[in-house]
Design a binder for this molecule. Structure first.
Ligand code: 2IT
Length: 448
């Protein structure tokens, strides 16, 4: 396998699908050497099969807004790879959603889910529906219309969606309510991220952020450091940043910046529990403005329009909003201001040249989303287990399992990513470990 040959083939087949091509290129570069040590992979054309989704559903979603106007959006479900289990992955509602975006996310999800140690394949879905400025009723009507099509494509042993950007507990509620109505299945693990009274797992809302901070703690321990006393920045103020802020604070780090599409909110003395709770209200308002935090807590914060979190001096940065949100220039600015580690919680949060620079010239510690943020989908897997057993575990039980899974993911990165100088290349480690598991399953299942 030669990465450039496969990429040329993919570019010809999928012109302009930039996020998807970027995600594939990153994985192929990491695995090329290992792949070429296995002639049986080449013979079974594992890479050629793995880079294409098994299937993609595309559907029209029509709904009526509060003014009585008819609206039409596009809906998708990308079922990427089922070699190790049912398709599993979130739904993203965002105005910029395209097939390229969902294919990149489904591809990443396949390897991430493999790392969790649980039997879950990879999938992703969503819509170009823009939740910004929508009322609660509009969100409900859209979710119901979306599920009218999606329910044909999913099932507890077939494909299990969850939340992602723009889809949180409220949206999962509306989606699940409609699924129950249509499918007449009431004990379903067909969606995860459910509410606590109807089959959800305790700690699932926090899990992506908690897992990321557990992972960071393990990576820091490996080099004789800890999170205690570190100044950290997050981006966004959604579900992921919220969970990360909670755990960062519990572990003794100081969260000094969060952000939004409108700018950055600096919090020089560190985020408080009250502010962390307020992040939830900010998200539920659908205003999508981080300035609201500065308006609510003017004495403790400073809002700067048009700036990102990466302009704020910190020790450790946690991109936790959207793909490609951290550029090469941002990486250089972070480093110049004293930052020495970046843990990506968003999927593909850093641009490829930024990652390369941080790992080489910049001499920074970097760990990729598919390892760092895997605690979210892992806890979705734990929710599926609880649903299948008709029981609910306690917070302590879920947290212990999450911690155990994050340790296992970290160990796999160390196993496959340790370099000659003893340092861990977490990009290589995560990509090779995830790839080897999926490739082994595909080999054993034959040419299908
Ligand atoms: O990117 C992700 O891993 C998620 N959005 C969570 C997926 C899930 O199925 O919990």
């Amino acid at each position: 396998m030669k990465t450039n040959e496969i990429m040329a083939m993919l570019q010809a087949k999928h012109p302009g699908e930039s996020e998807y091509l970027q995600a594939v290129q990153e994985v192929l570069e990491s695995i090329e050497e290992v792949y070429n040590q296995h002639p049986e992979f080449e013979q079974a054309k594992i890479v050629e099969r793995m880079v294409e989704p098994d299937r993609i559903y595309t559907f029209r979603v029509t709904w009526v807004d509060d003014k009585g106007q008819v609206q039409t959006n596009l809906g998708y479900r990308v079922q990427f790879n089922s070699a190790i289990g049912p398709y599993k992955g979130g739904l993203r509602f965002h105005k910029a959603v395209t097939p390229s975006m969902l294919k990149f996310l489904g591809f990443e999800q396949t390897f991430k889910n493999a790392l969790t140690t649980l039997p879950m394949g990879g999938g992703k879905g969503g819509s170009d529906f823009d939740p910004v400025g929508k009322s609660n009723d509009e969100i409900m009507r859209f979710c119901q219309a979306f599920m009218l099509e999606l329910w044909h494509c999913i099932g507890p042993d077939e494909d299990v969606p969850a939340g992602d950007v723009g889809v949180g507990g409220r949206e999962i509620g509306f989606l699940d309510g409609m699924y129950r109505k249509l499918a007449r299945q009431y004990n379903t693990g067909v969606l995860t991220g459910k509410g606590m009274t109807w089959g959800g797992s305790i700690l699932r809302p926090e899990a992506t952020g908690y897992g990321a901070l557990y992972f960071a703690q393990l990576a820091l321990e490996k080099i004789g450091k800890s999170l205690k006393g570190q100044r950290v920045s997050l981006s966004g103020f959604g579900n992921v940043a919220w969970g990360a802020a909670k755990k960062a604070k519990q572990l003794g780090a100081k969260v000094v910046a969060i952000s939004g599409p409108d700018g950055v909110c600096e919090i020089p003395d560190g985020i408080t529990d009250e502010m962390i709770d307020y992040m939830l209200e900010m998200r539920a308002s659908n205003r999508n403005k981080v300035e609201d935090m500065a308006v609510k807590y003017p004495a403790a914060t400073k809002f700067t329009a048009g700036k990102k979190s990466w302009s704020v001096p910190v020790d450790i940065a946690f991109p936790s909003a959207f793909q490609n949100e951290l550029s090469l220039a941002d990486a250089k600015e972070l480093k110049a201001n004293g930052c020495w580690a970046v843990f990506e919680i968003s999927n593909m949060g850093c641009q490829a040249d930024a990652i390369h620079w941080m790992q080489h010239e910049g001499g920074m510690l970097f760990a990729p989303g598919k390892a760092v943020n895997a605690g979210g989908v892992a806890t979705s897997g734990l929710e599926m287990t609880q649903n299948a057993e008709h029981i609910s575990w306690t917070a302590a039980e879920v947290d212990e399992r999450l911690h155990h899974i994050m340790s296992a993911i970290h160990e796999q990165c160390v196993k496959y990513g340790t370099q000659a100088d003893g340092k861990v290349d977490y990009v290589k480690g995560a990509n090779i470990a995830g790839f080897m598991k999926v490739a082994t399953a595909m080999m054993e299942e034959g040419i299908v």
